[in-house]
Ligand binder design. Sequence first.
Ligand code: AOF
Ligand code: ZN
Length: 369
Amino acid sequence: MADYLKEQADIDQRFMAAAIRLSRRNLGLTVTNPSVATLIVRDGIIVGRGVTAVGGRPHAETQALAEAGDLARGSTAYVTLEPCAHHGKTPPCAEALVAAGVTRVVGAASDPDSRVSGKGYAILRASGIEVTEHVLATEAADLMAGYMNRSVNKRPEVILKLAVSADGMIGRKGEGQVAITGPESRRQVHVMRAESDAILVGIGTAVADDPDLRCRLEGLEPRSPIRIVLDRKLRLPPTSKLAQTARATPVLVATEVEEALPERRELSDLGVGFLAVETHDGEIALPELLEDLAAKGIGSVMVEGGAATARHLLEEDLVDRISLFIGPAAIGANGVASPLMRETLPEGFRQIRDEVFGDDRYLEFVRTS
Ligand code: AOF
Ligand code: ZN
């Protein structure tokens, strides 16, 4: 590649990386839209920035163009997703970029939405705008994995989060929550909660640990997603933290217990909602449940326990991402074995992160196919 082209490619990657970081800001807040970011760059200087607004609109481009004003003329726009081409709830962003006089557009991920796919770039090219596609496309799509999964597979991205001790345990038999990881990891888990559309646990964990499952990071508390409990026989105690806080942050119980039964009424009086489920061989039919959640607009589900739920999801090949926090201490006798360790990772996953949080190691894997 000629030097000047290589230099341009490096510059494009740097601005796109910044755009992707910016797009993280509203992750979890834009359902059912993806959180997209746009940077308007003129003569190497960022003159406009935009992220898809909370609630999904206005789109990123509109806001970035508004900030850039007249400076958009002759600029390059960096967009983490192909600009939209449809007259939806807002006019097409591709047309807005043309009207503002942008002369070059650099895009990352392609949009699977059939109203947009390929058409956004076509509008730009037809107007004489130079378009460079697929710059850091994998990284951008990874951040929008919830949106991508929901659009393409019609089910949410399932993120399995596990905190595992040095000897491969996730808890101790007969005990509630056991500290395996330190405060730095726990903070990270709360950020992950804020970025997810839903948090899911099995009833075993809901009863044994009595978890709250909301984001409790200062300033991010309002970003707590809905909480889902897999509870076929409806054993969630009305005194549990989940039931008691259902009015503040929604709780959905996936159950086969019918509406008229008194246990259900007691929980629904506390504000708990219900999801009807199908069962296969005495277990909740997970693929159908996930399809139902996607149809309700949920793009990502973070699974926080317990071992049985994790195993069930893994067996059905429904896990898309594995977030593994590994603590330094051993649990020893009476440990509950983790459904997976680094060494026993299912096939078809690729490691994308390896970091240290305090005394813990953090590994993240995504499905490759
Ligand atoms: C963009 N920029 O910031 C986002 C886009 O319901 P609407 O009209 O808001 O359209 C939703 C679709 O717009 C969504 O499915 C996706 O294709 C695109 N999202 N597009 O140009 C943005 N969030
Ligand atoms: Zn748009």
